[in-house]
Write a protein that binds this ligand. Structure first.
Ligand code: PHE
Length: 455
């Protein structure tokens, strides 16, 4: 039980929260593109292998620390290993979710704006070229994106301020099923478009041209980010998991839902992109330029559909972004509650303010601050690069080293098997423990180096 006494009420609540953190922009704007870029079905296979053999053990490590310590990133290290210096490292782990929270919220704000524009019927009213240009017009304006950033962060902070089960748990339990319905609706529509088959071919072809260590590194980087690893979010959520809940099953279900959503998103997006005769891309341009172009060019087919599809699509993006952002805000909120003894309300609004201030230069880096760069990266890109290419791996390394080398083996077993009551864990435990202790840290370091070399 967490030291704050809060917890998720049941398994559905736990899995919905973990899946809510995992399913996000990473699934929608990166995964579909990576499948096509890195050899189609082959990439999916690598991705699955990486998720199960590398990401899942890291997920377990974060979960074990969180539930054993019953607290957030810093206090859990302290609780498990009172004499060590790990709590200082744990404090560093607060930095990553704070950075990600700040720039993720900029994109969340864009989705909110696009949803409002879709409700107004904007993308069916304007010419395709105009729909594409809207992005640079909107983001280069200093005020509108900042306003949306504030609104998006405010909605998230409001949910987090309501509590673990009453806020985070309740919203995730409702939103996750809705997200799956929305993405399936888009998928059906997308597959019905003329010329969509080329998009399906792009995703299912098996292409060995790119097969190699680069694919493995890309698949692993993507599975880390997509499963929200190395940032303390899984650790903090796990501190709210009751002792009789099952960590291995929660982890497996999270991987399953996250991967299923990513694959559905790929088949919802790429057929539409190809049907519009456009080269696929990744990142903001896919979601905020290419797709609006397609929505606008389809208005001849059916006006009703071309009104509804953007609404459904941007609603899905917004919901996916909010549930991920909630987990990021919760890391800092939890820290202020448990280590600084603040009320949840006060803590979540302080984190909101931090995100608001740190996010502002990220937002402005598409407009007035676009010339401020470091290694050719603007502020937004610097935040993204340092968090998802450096700090995320450092976090994953810290969590696995702590479980493998600092925790008592019997305690690790105790957490994974619920005090020995989950009999299935007995046979798997020794190989898994060995894997976490010796193999995963080496893989994470290698991956980190490879990722840096490739970027
Ligand atoms: N997993 C989220 C996504 O795919 C991003 C995220 C990373 C959320 C880390 C929380 C923590 O978009």
């Amino acid at each position: 039980m967490s030291t704050s006494g809060e917890h998720f009420s049941n398994r559905f609540s736990v899995v919905a929260a973990l899946a809510g953190s995992a399913i996000g922009l990473g699934n929608i704007w990166r995964f579909p593109y990576m499948i096509g870029e890195y050899g189609g079905a082959l990439f999916v296979l690598f991705y699955l292998l990486c998720s199960v053999f590398i990401a899942l053990p890291i997920f377990f490590s974060e979960s074990i620390i969180g539930r054993r310590g019953g607290s957030g990133v810093q206090a859990s290290f302290q609780a498990i290993n009172p004499k060590g210096k790990w709590s200082v490292i744990g404090l560093l782990c607060l930095l990553t979710p704070t950075l990600v929270m700040s720039y993720y919220s900029i994109v969340g704000g864009w989705s909110l704006d696009y949803l409002i524009k879709s409700f107004e019927g904007y993308f069916m009213k304007v010419q395709p070229a105009e729909a594409t240009k809207y992005f640079s017009r909107f983001t280069s304006n200093p005020w509108a994106p900042l306003l949306m950033h504030t609104a998006f962060l405010g909605i998230t902070a409001l949910i987090v301020s309501k509590g673990v089960e009453k806020g985070i748990g309740r919203i995730n339990k409702r939103v996750i099923p809705v997200l799956f319905v929305l993405i399936v609706l888009i998928l059906v529509y997308s597959l019905s478009l003329p010329g969509s088959k080329a998009g399906v071919d792009y995703l299912v072809k098996v292409d060995f041209k790119n097969a190699g260590v680069g694919v493995v590194a890309a698949a692993m980087g993507q599975s880390f980010f997509s499963l929200s690893l190395g940032m303390g979010t899984i650790l903090v959520y796990s501190s709210y998991i009751k002792k009789n809940e099952n960590i291995p099953v929660s982890g497996l279900l999270t991987v399953l839902f996250d991967t299923a959503f990513a694959i559905l998103a790929a088949f919802a997006i790429m057929p539409a992109v190809f049907s519009g005769g456009i080269e696929p891309s990744a990142g903001p341009s896919l979601v905020f330029e290419t797709l609006p172009y397609i929505f606008s060019s389809m208005r001849g087919l059916s006006p009703a559909l071309s009104y509804c599809v953007p609404v459904v699509f941007f609603l899905a993006i917004l919901l996916a972004a909010v549930t991920s952002e909630m987990s990021l805000l919760e890391v800092g909120t939890n820290y202020l509650i448990e280590s600084k003894h603040m009320s949840r309300k006060k803590a979540s609004w302080i984190v909101f303010l931090v995100g608001l201030l740190l996010g502002a230069p990220c937002s402005l880096s598409f407009g007035p601050l676009r010339d401020i760069t470091l290694f050719k990266k603007n502020v937004f890109e610097i935040f993204d690069f340092s968090a998802s290419n450096v700090l995320m791996f450092a976090g994953a390394l810290v969590f696995t080293l702590f479980v493998g080398w600092r925790m008592k083996k019997s305690d690790v077993y105790d957490e994974l098997s619920n005090g020995g009551s989950l009999k299935g864990i007995k046979k798997l435990f020794n190989p898994l423990y060995f894997w976490i202790k010796y193999v995963i840290p080496v893989v994470v370091v290698l991956l980190f180096v490879l990722n840096l070399a490739m970027s």
